[in-house]
Design a protein. Sequence first.
Length: 318
Amino acid sequence: MQCNAIALQKCNTPTIAIVVKSSKKARLNCGTVFLIIKGTLKKDVIMESQQINKSKSGVKVFLQGFVESISAKLETSIINARPKDCRVVYGPYESFEHGTVLVLDNMPKKSCTYNCRYCNEAETVCCTTELGTCVSSYAMSFFVGKELEKLKKEGVKIDALLMAPHGEATLDGNLFEQIGMLRQYNLPIAVYSNSSLLWNERMIENLRFADSVTLKIDTVFEETWRELNRPNSRLKLNKILDGMMDFAAKFDGKLSTRTTLTQGYNCKEEELEGLADFLNKLKPDTAFFYPCKKGVDSISTIKKVLENRLDPSINLRI
């Protein structure tokens, strides 16, 4: 049904009529509001007639109630439209890098450009480079707002919003728009990306509007990359590394990198030195190194190699 709001300016006091597909012209008395449904203006189709106080306060109260009613229906519609397997907002969690965060995930299932051997998630459902999304940017912002409102009542303070889906963040086709809409909450916006799509200029531009970005980099060697990260066949490591350098040169926010140390793949001295040399060119603020769940043989040896090779201006966290 289509609604039309009609203001009759000839009257001394404001009059508002909500008319729904009325087939005849409405003839309204000053200060009276009619709610009419599909049909004519006969008595049997007039659902409700309310005489409003002719003062401005009376009209304001009516409009406020009407807007609240529409808002409630809109909220219900957004909630019901969300796919069952798309939760969108998780947390709060304590993040080593960002403090107390809400984690945002707007990706359907586990869509990723990689299928890493060490991934904490289940096997990648869709190893792809195609963009996708779970809910609209408006809906995502709505869910974040509701969660922040609830946490505020509980006395929980959120330090940042972290866009770290169960997959790759830049596969979200609405990433740029979402970052813009989330600004209304006055919280730092952080994004975790596996860097695999940074050869695409659009992805670089999308990420530039975040406050902080963490880029994944496990190796600079092609063979190790294919065995450890198991990328989509369309991806090329040299283009990804060049894209990371391009992004770092353009990004004004806080840049960090994340490396997952995996025994038998990227823990050898040659691997670590190659990573350190690349990071020295990339110049992130912080380089995080985490051992995978299975652990590594000698974390102290790894740390020593990195400390000897890495530029001291880069904050090493291992």
